[in-house]
Design a protein around this ligand. Structure first.
Ligand code: SF4
Length: 349
C-alpha cells in the first residue's frame, strides 16, 4: 500500500477535504387539513442521497436550476444545516452542524456568498469586517498586516481597508468576500454563485483570481452555479443536480464534451453562443418538481423529450458511460447520440 502523499503544509492529498456520503435533507412543509387527518407529513426533499467529494486543489462544480438543492447542499457542507440522513466528513472526520464543529473544523471551510453586499455590515470599514472574521483586535499591527496581506492576495490596494461597502463596486466587494473566505487558510472554499450579477469582464477577472489563489493555496473549491458557462472555466469535475439528486457526475471535460443525461444536454443547449452562426439557445421548458410532490419514476420524465413508459415507472440508478456516471435509463444512447437519432427518425415517419 502506498503511504499517503503529504503537501508542504503537512496536509494529506489523498483524503478528500470534504466528502458527502448518501446525504439527505428534508424540510417540514405546511400540511393541508387532509394531510393532517391522514397523518401524511409530506416532507420536502431538498437533497436526496447525494454522495460526492472534493480533493485538495481541485474544483468540483455543482450545477442546476434554481431550487434544485444546490444551496441546501452548500449549507450542509458549511454546517448551516445538518442532514436527516447520511454523513458529511471534513478531512476524513464525520462532522455535524456548525454549533457542534470544533474551531479547527470551522476554520477548514471558507464561504463566498452569492449576495456579497448583504454579507458585509454596511457600518463597518473593510478593515473591521476582515479583522472580525479572524477574531483579532482591529488595530493591532498583526491584524493590519494580515488584512493588507489578504487585500494584496485578491489584488486590491491596502487603502481599500479604510473604505465602506457602499463605496466599493460589486467586483471589489466580491474580491474582499474571497479574502474573508481565505482568512483562516481553509482546506475548502464553498463558492455559492460567486460571479452572478457581475458583468462579463469582472466575472472573468474574478474567475482568473480564483484559479490563481487555488494554485497558491492548494485549496479545494465547491463551486455552485446555475451557469454552466461559468463553471466550465474552473471545474475539474462536474456534478449536475436536478430535484435534489445528482443526475450526472464525472470529469468536467467529459461531461461538457458528451453529456449522457438529457438534463445536462438541456442545460448546455440553453447557453447562448458567442458565434452568431450557431443556433439560438433553447431555454428549458417546464419547471422542476415541487420538492414535496416529486413524480414517480425518473424525476425528469415530465420534462424529458426522451421519456417513455419505463421512465414514468422506474427511478433510474447510476449507469457508467466512459468516465461519467449518469442517472438515466438511456445514458449510453444519449451520450452517443443514437437516442436523439431514433427520436428524429420516429418523428419523420
Ligand atoms: S430516465 Fe427517461 S425521463 Fe429520465 S432522463 Fe433518462 S430518458 Fe429522460
Amino acid at each position: 500500500m502506498n503511504a499517503p502523499t503529504t503537501s508542504s503544509r503537512g496536509r494529506q492529498h489523498d483524503v478528500p477535504v470534504v466528502e458527502l456520503r448518501n446525504v439527505e435533507k428534508e424540510f417540514e412543509t405546511t400540511r393541508s387539513v387532509l394531510d393532517r387527518l391522514l397523518d401524511d407529513p409530506k416532507p420536502a426533499k431538498a437533497v436526496c442521497g447525494v454522495s460526492l467529494s472534493v480533493l485538495r486543489g481541485e474544483t468540483v462544480g455543482i450545477v442546476g436550476e434554481s431550487g434544485c438543492g444546490k444551496s441546501t447542499l452548500a449549507k450542509l457542507v458549511t454546517g448551516q444545516l445538518t442532514p436527516n440522513r447520511g454523513t458529511v466528513l471534513l478531512d476524513g472526520d464525520p462532522v455535524g452542524g456548525y454549533t457542534t464543529r470544533t474551531d479547527g473544523q470551522l476554520r477548514r471551510v471558507g464561504v463566498v456568498f452569492q449576495n456579497v453586499r448583504k454579507s458585509f455590515d454596511s457600518r463597518w470599514s473593510i478593515q473591521r469586517s476582515l479583522a472580525e472574521s479572524f477574531g483579532h483586535e482591529q488595530h493591532s499591527d498583526a491584524t493590519v498586516d494580515h488584512v493588507e496581506d489578504l487585500l494584496a492576495q485578491v489584488r486590491l490596494d491596502p487603502q481599500v481597508g479604510e473604505r465602506y461597502p457602499s463605496e466599493l463596486s460589486g467586483g471589489q466587494l466580491q474580491r474582499i468576500g474571497i479574502a474573508r473566505a481565505l482568512a483562516h487558510d481553509p482546506d475548502l472554499v464553498v463558492l455559492d454563485e460567486p460571479v452572478s450579477g457581475l458583468d462579463v469582464a469582472t466575472q472573468a477577472a474574478i474567475l482568473d483570481l480564483l484559479a490563481d489563489l487555488q494554485r497558491r493555496h492548494e485549496v479545494g473549491y465547491l463551486f455552485i452555479s446555475h451557469d454552466l458557462d461559468v463553471v466550465r472555466y474552473l471545474a475539474d469535475r462536474l456534478a449536475v443536480m436536478y430535484a435534489g439528486e445528482l443526475v450526472e457526475r464525472g470529469p468536467a471535460l467529459a461531461v461538457f464534451d458528451r453529456p449522457s443525461h438529457p438534463y445536462t444536454e438541456a442545460l448546455l443547449r440553453a447557453i447562448p453562443s458567442d458565434d452568431p452562426a450557431d443556433p439560438p439557445p433553447e431555454p428549458l421548458l417546464g419547471s422542476p418538481p415541487v420538492p414535496s410532490n416529486r413524480p414517480t419514476g425518473c424525476p425528469l420524465h415530465p420534462r424529458c423529450s426522451y421519456a417513455d413508459e419505463q421512465c414514468e415507472r422506474h427511478h433510474p440508478g447510476f449507469e457508467r458511460v466512459r468516465d461519467v456516471r449518469s442517472r438515466c435509463h438511456y445514458a449510453g444512447e444519449i451520450s452517443d447520440g443514437s437516442r436523439a437519432n431514433d427520436r428524429r427518425r420516429g418523428g419523420e415517419r
